[in-house]
Design a protein around this ligand. Structure first.
Ligand code: IPM
Ligand code: MN
Length: 370
């Protein structure tokens, strides 16, 4: 087995705490000879700003490009509200996505049976839910130019963000969604606002054409993104794979997270194009949740989304699907046994700390491994 290079970027807030639980799991896997990960740690976000006055250094970006995969915790927090916009913590994450061309963001939302009660929705609406949001990640209003605030000189300012998509960007994300659907429930729902936005008109047109030319065997539906959001909370089990742009994907995936009980449960994978020679993709794995500064450093954070993000790394970057299955099964078993961090514990019941949850998952992995 050749060593695999993992770059760990814990980031800010609860990032280091949840990353610590992944590190614990990696140490055990390495000790068992099940994996040979070489881990290196770097700074991104507010912590990078504190150290170097940038949200990520060129050296860390270079390390990210050289790694086989990147695991990221979370970035941001009120501490950095005063810093200039271009070096705010989020800029570090956005630069990684853009520089590594991680255009495909996969956000699975699974409702573990044991957690149906933790959702704000009724059990029958979400029990057994298994959907994936495929969010375009390197285009749209996140990166479109111009992006600026102009002083109009009359006491007024004008702020502009630009939503822009080109054909190839829509084609490649559509293909990711259709390929994924073929391995799952064989259905794709595309969401945009073609009734208001030109980019929505093009999005709809391109997804329809890619489907007709290459993926006729997959069922395709279109929904307007606002109505799609409503459907996500009304009847989420109608979906299999949802494909949408960067901003709608950001919003819809937070909604999807709550279907699963807590934002602390949702992992994600951000993938680049497959290399023509090696077939390998650049990849970054991170929880959907943020840095939760209000609970940072208190041992209250739920490490499940981070651990499940590591499982996605095993599956998508290292072809270790079986080990990924084991970790996901371990998470499900731990939840079945009633182990809960505060975010998923019913009011008035006992909850465990971040490290107790991490330890419980590791023990379960060990037990499953025999
Ligand atoms: C996410 C986050 C990021 C985003 C922030 C931290 C820049 O909310 O990954 O969903 O808006 O994409
Ligand atoms: Mn978000």
């Amino acid at each position: 087995m050749t060593p695999q290079k993992l770059l760990l970027l814990p980031g800010d807030g609860i990032g280091p705490e949840v990353m610590g639980e992944v590190q614990r799991l990696i140490d055990w896997l390495n000790a068992q000879g099940l994996t040979q990960f070489e881990t290196e740690t770097g700074l991104v976000g507010g912590c990078a700003y504190d150290a170097d006055k940038v949200a990520i250094t060129d050296a860390t970006v270079a390390k990210a490009k050289a790694a086989d995969a990147i695991l990221l915790g979370a970035v941001g927090g009120p501490k950095w509200d005063p810093v200039p916009f271009d070096v705010r913590p989020e800029a570090g994450l956005l630069r990684l996505r853009k520089d590594l061309e991680l255009f495909a963001n996969l956000r699975p939302a699974i409702c573990y049976p044991a957690l149906a009660e933790a959702s704000s929705l009724k059990r029958e609406i979400i029990e057994g839910l298994d959907i994936v949001i495929v969010r375009e990640l390197t285009g749209g209003v996140y990166f479109g130019e111009p992006k600026e605030i102009t002083d109009l000189g009359n006491g007024q300012k004008r702020a502009v963000d630009t939503q822009v998509y080109e054909t190839y960007e829509i084609e490649r994300i559509a293909r990711v969604a259709f390929e994924l659907a073929r391995k799952r429930g064989n259905k794709v729902t595309s969401m945009e606002k073609r009734n208001v936005m030109k980019s929505g008109v093009l999005w709809n047109e391109v997804v329809t054409r890619v489907h007709a030319n290459e993926y006729k065997d997959v069922k395709l539906e279109h929904q307007l993104a606002d109505s799609g959001g409503m459907q996500l909370v009304r009847n989420p089990k109608q979906f299999d794979v949802i494909v949408t742009d960067n901003l709608f994907g950001d919003v819809l995936s937070d909604i999807a997270a709550m279907l699963t009980g807590s934002l602390g449960m949702l992992p994600s994978a951000s993938l680049g194009a497959a290399d023509a020679k090696t077939g390998k993709r650049k990849a970054l794995y991170e929880p959907v949740h943020g840095s939760a500064p209000d609970i940072a450093g208190k041992g209250l954070a739920n490490p499940v989304a981070m651990l499940a993000s590591f499982a996605m790394a095993l599956r998508y970057s290292f072809d270790m699907g079986k080990l990924a299955d084991t970790i996901e099964k371990a998470i499900a078993n731990v939840l079945d046994k009633g182990v809960r961090t505060g975010d998923i514990a019913p009011a008035g019941t006992k909850s465990v700390s971040t490290s107790q949850m991490g330890e419980a998952v590791l023990k379960e992995v060990q037990a499953l491994h025999g």
